[in-house]
Ligand binder design. Structure first.
Ligand SMILES: Nc1ncnc2c1ncn2[C@@H]1O[C@H](COP(=O)(O)OP(=O)(O)O)[C@@H](O)[C@H]1O
Ligand SMILES: [Mg+2]
Length: 334
């Protein structure tokens, strides 16, 4: 995978090559008028300038620019599932994505490891354009996906074989696979279940095995699409704690789609989607202090934020940015 430095060197080299070789005269050849030649020249210079500008800025880990996506339509009429979405996520960020059903969350998630490709616009992950078919495996090794249904994600008959499946497909040597499986199972606290048949596990444990499968691929980013929707409260806690720990200790970038506001409150940043677009983007405190705005969008806020809002309406003086139970208790006991 080409690092930012290598890309920078490469892009810096281009204009030098361009000038020294006389390549700059190319647009003027076979052109009828000087004006036509000049227009092409100006376009090339503009492209170079834009490329330079992007490369000289620190690149975000996920860069989505003006992304539109329409599913193939059966009846002829096309509806944009994603409508001019712009989003950048830095390496190591934990971003929660909220939105009512049909707002485009899963469609967006599927663009992050090239399950879906943009109808127009750009989706770049770790500097790789997801449309670059030659880099598909690089993208799949960079971004791991975990979906809603724990039963659809485990394919092997034994937990450790399932975790080994990804690295085996990448042609990783057996010794290295063994090491990766050990590390991945330890990272999700599932070492003691390594020889279990998946059907003997709870939903939360199965989701942790799915997460281990992506970790064994050494993915730098985890995209989870409602991973706790089918789990009981204990399972939900296990999965969220695992994701938070991986983010905190291993610096994994997390994009976490959820309907549970308490889970979103654990993120660094919350993005709200509506009708295929991003309508809010801020810290959990910024997003959840807008209780009425969230309600208008058909969304809840964490219980503590709701209780604090109701108490404030009754005239009790409380800070506007209460999100967690602990913050509410502290404010009430003051
Ligand atoms: N496979 C599909 N074929 C056609 N339309 C789809 C498909 N999947 C989703 N959609 C439509 O795209 C829009 C966004 O869906 P989705 O990304 O699944 O939203 P969310 O995950 O927020 O519920 C919805 O209008 C949905 O009906
Ligand atoms: Mg969805």
């Amino acid at each position: 995978m080409m690092g930012d430095k290598a890309r920078l060197t490469k892009s810096a080299f281009c204009p030098i090559f361009f000038t020294v070789t006389g390549f700059w005269r190319l647009p003027f050849r076979k052109k009828n008028t000087f004006a036509e030649g000049w227009t092409s020249y100006a376009a090339i210079v503009e492209n170079l300038r834009a490329g330079f500008a992007r490369r000289l800025m620190v690149l975000a880990f996920i860069e989505i620019e003006d992304l539109c996506f329409a599913y193939p339509s059966v009846h002829g009429e096309k509806r944009m599932a994603l409508d001019h979405v712009n989003l950048s996520v830095d390496e190591g960020e934990f971003v929660a994505v909220l939105g009512t059903n049909g707002s485009g969350k899963s469609t967006l998630a599927k663009h992050l490891n090239a399950i879906l490709l943009p109808t127009s616009g750009v989706c770049r992950v770790a500097g790789i354009d997801t449309r670059d078919a030659a880099r598909l495996w690089d993208i799949r090794q960079t971004v791991g996906m975990v979906f809603q249904n724990p039963d659809n994600q485990i394919i092997a008959a034994i937990v450790e074989d399932d975790v080994a499946f990804g690295p085996e497909n990448l042609g990783v040597p057996p010794e290295e696979i063994r090491r990766r499986v050990d590390d991945a199972l330890a990272a999700v606290n599932m070492t003691e279940f390594r020889a279990f048949a998946p059907h003997l596990l709870s939903g939360g444990q199965k989701q942790r095995v799915a997460i281990a499968g992506t970790i064994a691929m050494r993915t730098r980013c985890l995209v989870l699409d409602e991973p706790t929707a089918m789990l009981d409260p204990v399972g939900r806690r296990e999965v969220l704690d695992t994701v938070r720990r991986l983010h905190r200790e291993a610096g994994i970038t997390v994009v976490y789609i959820t309907h549970f506001m308490d889970e979103a409150a654990a993120a660094d940043r919350v993005v709200v989607m509506e009708s295929g677009g991003i309508v809010e983007d801020g810290t959990p405190k910024e997003i959840f202090s807008g209780v009425e705005a969230m309600r208008k969008r058909g969304l809840d806020v964490p219980t503590a934020a709701e209780v604090a809002w109701r108490l404030r309406r009754q005239g009790i003086r409380l800070p506007e940015d209460i999100v967690t139970d602990e913050e509410l208790v502290t404010a009430l006991c003051r």
